[in-house]
Ligand binder design. Structure first.
Ligand SMILES: [Zn+2]
Length: 486
């Protein structure tokens, strides 16, 4: 018997077999059960996720000798003919190569004749967005009111190129890319049935490389079996497809999160020297940080839809290494690099520089940290002021030594002494800065025991110094500008 590729041999034959498109199969099955079958369906989605398969299963469900049924038998002549693409009443047309108005006239001619042996005459038009405008228009009238025995099923990878007048006459279904977890489960089932020994990491690598398309994943598996036989490891997959191993990728992410620049440079050198595709690696690293963010923000329950159990354990551990703001910033840098890689002359240098920036971003002080330290400093100074201030009624506040605009006090700041007078004059902030930054004892220990000789500056601080430190907070915010995340 002639060899049949896995994608064809394992093509789903019932709605239950279709992977990752539950929202579509459920609706179609309900429509069949309730006898509310529309006359035209439109399946939209990227390649290799099951549009043609779903079209054929729907055709079988409608025309099965035991139907219409949600579980076509797969045994009757109609089912077998449809599965093999040879049924007279199910006409499959590739609109990419039959896109002229004459081709559609050919279809319309056939519409006039009732089905020869089935319940319905079904037209499956693949890549329907390729039809010319004239062809679309020729179809409109019939699509609006076809004979009761005619059903249309359209499939396309580019839904936005299909005329709105066509879409409005169809029931539209948007098919999803299949999650990595779903692809791994399906591959495992097929490998077990085909008696192929393959590790989980190898299956994961195939799923990662297939971009959410099950057909691509099965084609890759076929290619690997041809290359290596029926005993496959992750290294085989990586060698054939130039992918980076999961371990290397997770190690690189850990180096970034820990600010380990030498580690980053070593990993990049190893990957580059072993001929790995840096663009692919960047896309996968970006996906890893995306999963990390999902894990942090939405919890493991949501993250595990796209990863395996081993990956999830790593994600949970790495999620503790940096706050979400840092992960967002790293993702933005990686995403920016992805755009530049296409035009880069030295890909490795660009990757190294960007990953070092990522590592620095992971370890940079956040605005929250700066605010926390400055607020603590200000409170400490106010406490010191209160301890050093002369006791008695003569301590009426004089005009502030350094006035500052009061309007810009930060939100997080602790309350300043209520007895403060409004600033008497608007000093130039920049002029004050030069003298003002020096005494900021950021690293001084906190409490000085009351009554001992506190390190008070030569000029005793006044109550307006609380405001002065507010000003330092504001200036610091401005200095950090866009480089610190709020
Ligand atoms: Zn059947």
């Amino acid at each position: 018997m002639a060899y049949e590729v896995l994608a064809r041999k394992w093509r789903p034959k019932t709605f239950d077999d279709v992977v990752g498109q539950g929202h579509v199969t459920r609706t179609l099955a309900n429509a069949i059960e309730q006898d509310r079958i529309a006359h035209a369906y439109l399946f939209i989605g990227p390649r290799g996720i099951g549009k043609t398969t779903l079209s054929r299963i729907l055709a079988m469900a409608l025309n099965c000798e035991k139907g219409p049924t949600t579980h076509p038998c797969g045994e009757c002549d109609n089912c077998k003919g449809i599965a093999a693409g040879s049924d007279m009443d199910v006409i499959e047309l590739d609109a990419a190569s039959n896109n002229k108005v004459e081709d559609i006239h050919g279809v319309l001619d056939q519409v006039q004749f009732a089905p020869t042996h089935s319940r319905f005459k079904i037209f499956i038009l693949d890549e329907v967005h390729m039809l010319s405008n004239a062809a679309f228009n020729a179809l409109l009238k019939t699509l609006e009111e076809p004979p009761p025995y005619v059903k249309f099923i359209f499939a396309t990878t580019e839904g936005d190129k299909v005329l709105p007048t066509i879409i409005s006459r169809c029931q539209r279904f948007d098919l999803r890319r299949i999650s990595v977890g779903d692809i791994v489960r399906r591959l495992r089932l097929i490998c077990n049935a085909e008696q192929i020994a393959i590790t989980d990491d190898a299956l994961l690598a195939i799923a990662r490389g297939s971009n959410g398309g099950l057909r691509d994943a099965l084609s890759a598996l076929d290619q690997l079996i041809a290359f290596k036989g029926t005993d496959l490891t992750e290294a085989d997959v990586l060698a054939v497809f130039g992918l980076v191993s999961r371990e290397a990728l997770e190690g690189l992410a850990a180096s970034i999160l820990q600010g380990d620049v030498p580690g980053i440079l070593r990993t990049v050198a190893t990957l580059d020297e072993s001929g790995k595709d840096m663009r692919r690696m960047t896309a996968e690293l970006l996906w890893h940080f995306r999963n990390l963010l999902v894990c942090q923000q939405a919890g493991a329950e949501l993250a595990k839809q796209d990863v395996t159990a081993e990956q999830l354990a790593v994600l949970e551990a790495q999620a503790k290494l940096a706050p979400p703001q840092r992960i967002v910033e790293i993702s933005a840098l990686l995403s920016e690099m992805e755009g530049k890689l296409r035009a880069a002359l030295s890909v490795r240098t660009l990757v190294e520089m960007t990953l070092i920036r990522c590592a620095r971003a992971a370890k940079a002080a956040s605005l929250d940290d700066v605010l926390r330290r400055l607020t603590a400093l200000r409170d400490q100074t106010i406490r010191r002021l209160a301890a050093a201030a002369p006791q008695g009624p003569a301590a009426a506040p004089a005009a502030p030594r350094r006035a500052a605009p009061a309007a810009e006090a930060p939100r997080q700041a602790a309350p300043t002494p209520p007895s403060q007078p409004p600033p008497a004059e608007e000093d130039d902030l920049v002029a004050d800065d030069e003298e003002g930054y020096a005494p900021c004892a950021l690293h001084e220990p906190a409490a000085t025991p009351a009554g001992t000789a506190a390190p008070v500056p030569a000029e005793p601080l006044q109550s307006s110094d609380g405001q002065y430190i507010d000003e330092i907070v504001n200036v610091t915010l401005r200095l950090f500008g866009g480089r610190v995340l709020v």
